[in-house]
Design a protein around this ligand. Structure first.
Ligand SMILES: *[C@@H]1O[C@H](CO)[C@@H](O)[C@H](O)[C@H]1NC(C)=O
Ligand SMILES: *[C@@H]1O[C@H](CO)[C@@H](O)[C@H](O)[C@H]1NC(C)=O
Ligand SMILES: *[C@@H]1O[C@H](CO)[C@@H](O)[C@H](O)[C@H]1NC(C)=O
Ligand SMILES: *[C@@H]1O[C@H](CO)[C@@H](O)[C@H](O)[C@H]1NC(C)=O
Length: 191
């Protein structure tokens, strides 16, 4: 009887030890891994080239003014104006060119002295092997400069661990309607 009880307690004790070990492991906060163990083998450099269509005018705008300050309309730089965009990205500059994704996010005029936009957007790709993958861009866009550079701060899907930069160049713009087509060259390091 005593032996059976001893065995029983032993089993309980063993189970307790193992389960507490298990609990400790599954609640581990941080551990070191090799990149290979998650399937990340080789760092690659990818160049993406596309055109960004920003349409403010007409019945089907892809960028809309969602907020502004009482003084925005009087500001020479539209300081305080905030737009939300879902702008199509295409292979060529023509609006009917093949769609490769969209630029979804926000741009806001954040300079009192020049027309400069804070860009906070996600490139959401739909093309081929990039379908469903994204790149996140966060940077300052001095829109009248011939070439603007903005950082790529991350990515998802095939672009996990992405880091890089985007170069933007105005292809065409209409100063009346404020619609613009921008050429983008994006360089990203990713696995
Ligand atoms: C904007 O400028 C106009 C003309 O100068 C002026 O009458 C108006 O009060 C200004 N509005 C604001 C919000 O500063
Ligand atoms: C795009 O439109 C132009 C004229 O508007 C036409 O010539 C061209 O063939 C079209 N391209 C495609 C891929 O549909
Ligand atoms: C992209 O993926 C979505 C969802 O998986 C699918 O519906 C769509 O057809 C794909 N598009 C292309 C161009 O492969
Ligand atoms: C620029 O936009 C205005 C207003 O929408 C339009 O009337 C004009 O035709 C456009 N200019 C060009 C060159 O597309």
């Amino acid at each position: 009887m005593a032996q059976t009880l001893h065995k029983y307690l032993n089993t309980i004790f063993t189970l307790f030890i193992f389960s507490s070990l298990h609990v400790t492991q599954s609640h581990e906060f941080s551990r070191k891994l090799s990149t290979k163990s998650l399937g990340f083998k080789k760092l690659k450099l990818t160049h993406l080239h596309f055109y960004f269509h920003d349409t403010i005018s007409g019945d089907h705008p892809t960028a809309v003014l969602v907020a502004q300050a009482p003084t925005t309309k009087n500001s020479s730089t539209s300081f305080g104006g905030v737009f939300v965009m879902d702008d199509p990205l295409t292979v060529g500059p023509e609006p009917n060119s093949t769609l490769v994704g969209s630029a979804q996010g926000i741009y806001a005029s954040d300079s009192l002295s020049e027309v400069r936009l804070l860009m906070a957007l996600t490139f959401v790709f739909v093309e081929g092997k990039h379908n469903g993958s994204t790149l996140s861009l966060l940077g300052s866009n001095s829109i009248f400069a011939p070439l603007r550079e903005m950082p790529i701060v991350g990515g998802s899907g095939v672009f996990r661990f992405a880091t890089g930069y985007a170069l933007a160049k105005t292809h065409t713009s209409n100063l009346t309607s404020l619609d613009a087509i921008i050429e983008y060259n994006v360089y990203v390091l990713h696995y």
